[in-house]
Design a protein around this ligand. Structure first.
Ligand code: ADP
Length: 565
């Protein structure tokens, strides 16, 4: 409905009302006029009955009879030569009216309206006397009193009607402002949200046009909502595919984004974490206060480490405007990088330098000691001198062995290029065992080989180092008359090296692959030399090729290393 329509409707309503009003007025006017005429007629009849043209005194009786009425004037008129004379009058207004009276006396039984000789608009009604035709009985009433009731009705009725019509228009206009106008405003807002031209509705507020626009807006919004849902799903997919933990906190501390990795880290599902305060994440006091500072704009975005479930994460805080429409509110985006390996590598490197210097210093000190004693002539006998030389060579060999292992490790760490070739593991093991025969015989250790053909695409140097170290350890940490069993299982892709040696206590098992880690076996074994790097090299080679090495041991009974390729 348009504003124009509202006004038009009000006008039509008023016109109908006017027509009804005037019909009522007309009816009222006619009825009251008729009743007045009847009254005049009956007055004239009464007067005519009282008056007798042959007895003029009866005229006085007529004047007396009607003298009380202020509304009517009853006159007895005589026609004379050249005019009319009022003989008797209820209002005592006796004057000659000349020919003026001709109008009513000439129109007997009809109502005549004319100006009186006093200048008033009057309605006249005359009848001829039955007894004497020269006499007339005339009843007069002022025009205003004849129409007074109707006029009052018209005046007051018009006022009431004007008030009613005005109220109706005001009511209609207010009703329009209360209903259609807000509806139009809302639809215009929706059009804006839906990216449609707002002036589509034009200046009008036609309900049909508004309804059409609502239809259009709702289908446009439907499309937009679907687009948004797709976008949301896309964003979620990207966030969830990230290997880093990711979350966003709004300006008021609510979690507004939470990816899958973050869920795993904090043991909270996305559903449980979203729109909760970020303090629910138990990442330590430091984390909370850094986020708080970032939200308050107190701190620059400096990365820091936190520990969660035994892993180290680097937290990167980035300030952002959130909610996006409020540039004054500062939110924060947090990215968690898993730096566990990086940090332990740094530690390993630091430890390595400390350990390497220590391990090299010990034999070097001993070499220098023997050489100084020799130089200073402290050893006097040949046997003493020979022993000193023997010890010096032994320590130097130890140093060489250590440097060689350190070199191997360094090469592996620097990503020494792999030369892959088809290596048949069983024959490689046989050849290694053959090379170690002197050592095996010296320690009276027997070897049981259960070997089947086992092909592996690998770097020959690397895999040779793995088995030579394992077999060397199986000899070193074995008992006299002990046994070594080596088995290859080509089908299940594993190789085991077992010994019946001293075994490894439970508490050392998890650490023997660390660099320079050596178990103190001095109580059970004498003179077992080692660098503590053999197993670390094996572990490194396995990582490089994607193999898996594990150890099982019963202290005092023996150890088994299983290599899965
Ligand atoms: P090392 O040069 O001392 O042999 P490794 O890295 O090869 O260094 O071994 C680390 C430690 O693991 C050794 O000191 C030893 O105590 C233990 N170990 C390795 N292999 C065996 C085995 N077959 N039996 C018992 N202990 C072993």
């Amino acid at each position: 409905m348009t504003k124009k329509k509202v006004v038009l409707e009000a006008i039509v309503f008023c016109l109908v009302f006017l027509i009804l009003f005037f019909s009522a007025f007309l009816t009222f006017y006619l009825v009251s006029r008729q009743s007045m005429e009847e009254r005049i007629r009956s007055i004239s009849q009464v007067a005519e009955k009282i008056f007798d043209g042959d007895d003029l005194k009866t005229g006085e009786a007529v004047a007396d009879y009607f003298s009380d009425s202020s509304e009517y004037r009853v006159s007895i008129i005589q026609k004379e030569q050249g005019g009319y004379v009022i003989l008797y009058d209820s209002d005592d207004m006796l004057q000659s009216e000349g020919m003026a009276t001709e109008l009513e006396t000439g129109n007997i039984g009809k109502f005549v309206t004319r100006k009186s000789s006093y200048g008033y608009d009057m309605v006249y009604y005359a009848v001829r006397d039955d007894e004497n035709p020269d006499y007339f009985i005339r009843v007069a009433i002022s025009e205003s009193s004849a129409t007074r009731i109707s006029r009052n009705f018209l005046v007051y009725g018009s006022i009431v009607m004007a008030i009613l019509m005005g109220s109706y228009i005001v009511f209609k206009y207010r009703e329009y402002n209360r209903t259609v106008k807000p509806l139009k405003d809302q639809v215009e807002r929706l059009l804006f949200l839906a990216g449609q031209p707002v002036n589509k509705l034009g200046g009008g507020e036609d309900l049909a046009l508004i309804a059409d626009s609502i239809d259009e807006v709702s289908s446009e919004l439907d499309r937009k909502i679907t687009d948004l849902q797709n976008e949301r799903a896309k964003t979620k997919m990207i966030l969830d595919s990230m290997s880093q933990g990711f979350l966003a906190v709004s300006g008021n501390g609510q979690i507004v984004l939470f990816n899958k990795k973050a869920s795993e880290m904090f043991d909270y599902s996305e559903k449980d974490a979203l729109f909760k305060d970020y303090h629910i994440l138990s990442a330590g006091e430091a984390f909370s206060s850094r986020v708080e500072n970032c939200l308050l704009g107190r701190e620059e975005d400096i990365p820091f480490d936190i520990q969660l479930k035994g892993r180290t994460y680097q937290c990167n805080l980035m300030a952002m405007a959130y909610p996006w429409f409020d540039q004054t509110r500062r939110g924060v985006v947090i990215l968690f990088l898993d730096v566990t390996e990086e940090r332990s590598l740094v530690k390993i490197k630091t430890d390595f330098f400390a350990n390497a210097s220590h391990e090299l210093k010990t034999p070097l000190t001993s070499i220098l000691g023997y050489q100084e004693m020799l130089e200073n002539g402290i050893f006097t006998t040949d046997a003493e001198k020979a022993e000193a030389i023997h010890m010096t060579i032994k320590e130097a060999k130890k140093m060489r062995e250590m440097l060689s292992d350190m070199l191997s490790l360094s090469r592996l760490e620097n990503g020494k290029e792999r030369k892959l070739e088809d290596v048949e593991i069983s024959s490689l093991i046989r050849s290694l065992v053959a090379d170690m025969q002197p050592k095996l015989r010296e320690n009276r250790i027997s070897v049981d080989l259960k070997l089947e053909e086992y092909h592996l695409m690998t770097d020959r140097g690397d895999i040779e180092k793995v088995f030579s170290n394992l077999i060397d350890n199986a000899i070193k940490y074995n008992k006299k008359n002990g046994m070594i069993a080596i088995e290859t299982n080509a089908c299940e892709r594993y190789i085991t090296v077992s010994d019946t040696g001293i075994g490894i206590k439970e508490e050392h098992l998890s650490r023997i692959f660390e660099r320079f880690y050596r178990v103190d076996n001095s109580k059970t074994l004498k003179n077992v030399e080692g660098t503590g790097l053999g197993l670390a090299i094996i572990k490194h080679i396995c990582q490089r090729h994607g193999y898996h090495i594990e150890v099982r041991s019963v202290y005092g009974q023996g150890t088994t290393f299983i290599l899965r390729t």
